[in-house]
Design a protein around this ligand. Structure first.
Ligand code: THU
Length: 160
């Protein structure tokens, strides 16, 4: 028997103002689209802005449904949107922000497990890392330089 240890490293920014200028702009777009989320059930709004290597920015927000599991997280709305419109483009970075209508969300909100798996598919497909910045309503922003940090031991096509 032996043990393996997997280390994930994140950068922590104290506020939006500390981010590089291009990421500040991307996060501002994520904040704007977050406000348009369709979240009548959870009142928890998530906004995502994705920057592609063709210079385009693609947005997404969570879309809920009265049949709860039929709704979709913002990260997947955004990344499927990008994959549908620009199938050849590589994703360079994504900015994520989440806020509740009922309480203040100051902690950085990382993507859920299903969204991590979906982002992993695109990172493997393009064979270059996707930078992921995530924030609550405001406050600290955490950056993962690759999806691999967020999903060690990921399942991907090499196992098929
Ligand atoms: N949600 C996201 O959009 N992204 C996540 O990573 C976690 C959760 C959404 C789904 C649902 O509309 C609401 O937040 C509450 O779970």
């Amino acid at each position: 028997m032996k043990e393996i240890s997997i280390v994930s490293t994140f950068s922590v920014y104290n506020s939006i103002q500390e981010l590089p200028n291009d990421v500040q702009d991307l996060m501002a777009k994520a904040v704007n689209i977050r406000k348009k989320a369709y979240a009548p059930y959870s009142k928890f709004r998530v906004g995502v802005a994705i920057f592609l290597d063709n210079g385009e920015i693609v947005l997404g927000s969570n879309q809920e449904n009265a049949a709860y599991p039929s709704g979709l997280c913002a990260e997947r709305v955004a990344i499927f949107h990008a994959g549908a419109i620009y199938p050849e483009a590589k994703i360079i970075k994504m900015a994520i922000t989440a806020a509740s209508d009922t309480n203040k969300t100051m902690a950085p909100i990382p993507p859920c497990g299903s969204c991590r798996q979906s982002i992993a598919e695109y990172e493997i497909k393009q064979d270059t890392p996707i930078e992921i910045y995530f924030m609550g309503e405001s406050g600290e922003i955490h950056k993962s330089a690759s999806l691999k940090n967020l999903l060690p031991l990921m399942f991907d096509k090499k196992f098929l």
